[in-house]
Write a new protein. Structure first.
Length: 330
């Protein structure tokens, strides 16, 4: 009887120690993204890791996987929903199958500048989109800027007719497809990691990106012309798996929310600086001409693309489009 009791006690102690060790293991957050470290998203991911490991040391560990090193464009959303990663920050164009309202950010020439984007994203309408996918197990934590998009090609794009017949790389977005069809150009879906090679080999003739993406991915080396069109937005929504997020201890989740808010402010502050520096670096490289549109030229592009708004008004919602357009007013 004594041997049995001692054995049982030893097992219990062993299990108890193992349980304590297991309980002490930090929560692992894998943050996967598809761009370089020297982009707004790349810097944001690294700052998030730094702050989490300073303030939640021993409780939370963050692993960052840049440049599609863990999951590429086409797989990261599936990985999040399966719980293989806990944080991703896809471009807003990636959400059309989860929330039709998010397509508002893809409408061409909707926002005059990044300040208008800020006003809309911080408004009640903009904030409501962050929680619009929780029934699909996706929780939005914040909007991260990359910046306004510029058109690039191997020919000068001064007027809408100049884009006719060209093949432009696009993300998998119905709105962006229609944007280029409105120009009588040919959209080609392609993952971000394949864009440089696609431009280099002529599979596509042009693309649309903020300056930081163009420079960090060396697209300026294979594109002779950039038109500073500011025609669209390439921002990200930082998202997590809803079940994972709501399953975190309250104190941990609360601190993570504070960190996300701080990082979001810093990312959005640095995004414009990074884009301006990237623009200067592109000019210094001397491989690409940057064409700045006059207000009259820009108005022609806007007129050519604006029918896309009407095409998607039923899906996105007229009120949401109106709220976004109203953000342009000072």
């Amino acid at each position: 009887m004594f041997k049995l009791t001692a054995t049982a006690l030893a097992c219990a102690l062993s299990l108890g120690i193992a349980g304590l060790a297991q309980a002490a293991d930090p929560i692992l957050i894998k943050f996967s993204h598809v761009v370089a470290d020297n982009t707004p998203k790349g810097q944001g991911a690294n700052l998030f890791k730094k702050l989490v490991e300073e303030r939640l040391a021993g409780k939370v560990q963050v692993q960052v996987y840049p440049n599609s090193s863990l999951f590429g464009d086409g797989k990261e959303m599936e990985a999040l929903l399966l719980g293989d990663v806990q944080l991703i920050a896809p471009s807003l164009a990636k959400f059309e199958h989860y929330s039709k309202g998010v397509q508002v950010f893809d409408l061409p020439f909707l926002f005059d500048d990044i300040a208008a984007v800020d006003r809309f994203q911080q408004s009640e309408a903009g904030q409501s989109l962050l929680s619009s996918m929780e029934d699909k197990n996706i929780t939005g934590l914040g909007y991260w800027h990359n910046g306004m998009k510029q058109l690039s090609a191997n020919k000068e794009l001064r007027e809408p007719k100049d884009a006719r017949g060209l093949k432009f790389r696009v993300q998998a977005s119905a709105v962006l497809d229609e944007q280029f069809k409105a120009l009588r150009a040919n959209p080609r879906k392609m993952s971000f990691a394949e864009v440089y090679q696609g431009l280099q080999t002529g599979v596509v003739n042009g693309a649309e990106n903020p300056y930081s993406n163009i420079y960090s991915q060396k697209m300026h080396e294979v594109q002779k012309h950039i038109t500073e069109s500011d025609h669209g937005l390439l921002d990200y929504m930082l998202i997590t798996n809803t079940k994972f997020w709501k399953g975190l201890p309250d104190d941990v989740r609360g601190e993570l929310e504070k960190i996300v808010d701080e990082v979001t402010v810093e990312v959005n502050k640095q995004a414009d600086e990074l884009n301006q520096k990237a623009k200067a670096d592109i000019l210094a490289a001397g491989t690409t001409e940057i064409l700045v549109l006059t207000p009259e030229e820009r108005a022609k592009w806007r007129e050519a693309m604006k029918p896309v708004w009407q095409k998607f008004e039923g899906e996105i919602g007229a009120d949401l489009i109106k709220a976004a357009e109203a953000s342009n007013a000072q």
